[in-house]
Ligand binder design. Structure first.
Ligand SMILES: [Zn+2]
Length: 365
């Protein structure tokens, strides 16, 4: 069920037929930047078959909904939008029940940002050494050898082409380094989207993956409860990452401060301290659980008292103690930092969500 069915083009075909070469003189060397075929007119090459838009039976997959999956988590996994899933399956309230067979049109899947980006090509010049090239492109010599297995670092040949997967060079957003000492390349803004109010757009940049996951989780809550208020979003990262005082992290596009749903569908204007009386455990649970179900979350800070609300709600809808053990710290003592959802003081008016390193992120820790 969790098979990764990304539409991927064979790298060799892409290399030969699906790129055009654009000479650029940069950094004092002659470099060739690979652009995707989409940047040119219709390529008309043989790879276009794989993304052709004519639907046939081959393009339709039937996905069985397993226990506790939501439309949002299925949309994330299958790389389609929640509204498309609703449309294909005639689901009005966005309800996906266990055992239901859902249609997914595979020809409409978007290519994942997790797919390997196109490489930058460095043409070896006189005097080049591997460590010098590595330093220039902010990658390691070992990585260059991995990307170019035929390369013999002792005998670099003039005119040979090295493939380099350089952060951000191809327009992909990349988280670089540590959340507390990092950068963000090609940061993507989390704009006012369905289900969100952004406090400061200039401080709400993340990687494409982080932004997509947040949007999908909020869309899932909106699909279940159409009158839900928008979530208040505080800081993610600056467009290019880097220090964001007073935060200790938020430097690499993998952190997000997100407010809580208020009971009674009250629309908040900014973060508001929550109490058990105002905290909408049901919607907050579904939002956070949808994110956690993607497997992309490292941890979420929520104060202990509000964790208790989440825990009791989850128990009331059938989750067992052992199912919740890895998910949240509660009911372990608040000083035991275990579970994805855990206590850090101050997180009574918002949660701090840390996303794991993505496959394209560099030197990510
Ligand atoms: Zn934070």
């Amino acid at each position: 069920m969790h098979a990764n069915r990304a539409i991927t083009r064979p790298m060799t075909t892409m290399w030969q037929n699906n790129t055009k070469w654009l000479p650029l003189s940069l950094l004092g060397c002659i470099c060739l930047f690979a652009l995707p075929a989409g940047a040119e007119e219709d390529g008309g090459d043989d790879t276009s078959k794989e993304t052709a838009s004519s639907s046939s039976d081959d393009d339709i997959e039937r996905i069985e909904v397993t226990s506790r999956e939501t439309l949002g988590s299925i949309a994330l996994r299958e790389r389609v939008s929640v509204s498309k899933l609703e449309g294909w399956n005639d689901l009005e309230l966005g309800e996906a029940r266990e055992g239901m067979k859902l249609i997914v049109k595979s020809d409409e899947k978007v290519e994942s940002d997790h797919d390997k980006p196109l490489p930058v090509v460095h043409v070896i010049q006189k005097g080049d050494t591997l460590s010098e090239i590595a330093g220039r492109y902010h990658v390691s010599a070992r990585q260059i050898q991995q990307w170019n297995p035929d390369l013999d670092p002792r005998y670099l040949q003039l005119g040979d082409r090295l493939k380099l997967y350089v952060p951000g060079r191809d327009g992909e957003s990349v988280s670089w380094g540590q959340a507390s000492n990092g950068r963000l390349y090609n940061g993507v803004p989390l704009r006012r989207a369905e289900g969100f109010e952004i406090v400061n757009v200039a401080e709400a940049y993340g990687t494409q993956r982080v932004v997509d996951l947040l949007k999908a989780a909020a869309a899932d809550v909106q699909a279940r409860w159409p009158r839900s208020p928008d979530l208040i979003v505080g800081d993610l990262s600056h467009k290019q990452g880097g220090p964001m005082p007073p935060h200790k992290s938020h430097e690499s596009g993998r952190d997000a401060d997100v407010g809580f749903y208020h009971r009674g569908n009250v629309q908040l204007e900014r973060f508001r301290e929550m109490t058990p009386e105002t905290f909408d455990a049901r919607k907050n649970w579904h939002f956070l659980k949808t994110l956690i179900d993607t497997g992309e979350i490292e941890y979420i800070f929520v104060i202990y008292e509000l964790q208790k609300q989440l825990y009791e709600y989850a128990r009331s809808i059938g989750y067992t103690q052992s199912e919740l053990k890895d998910l949240m710290q509660y009911p372990r003592p608040r000083y035991q930092s275990k579970g994805i959802i855990r206590h850090v003081g101050g997180h009574d008016d918002h949660s701090h969500i840390r996303f794991k390193c993505g496959p394209d992120d560099r030197r990510c820790q």
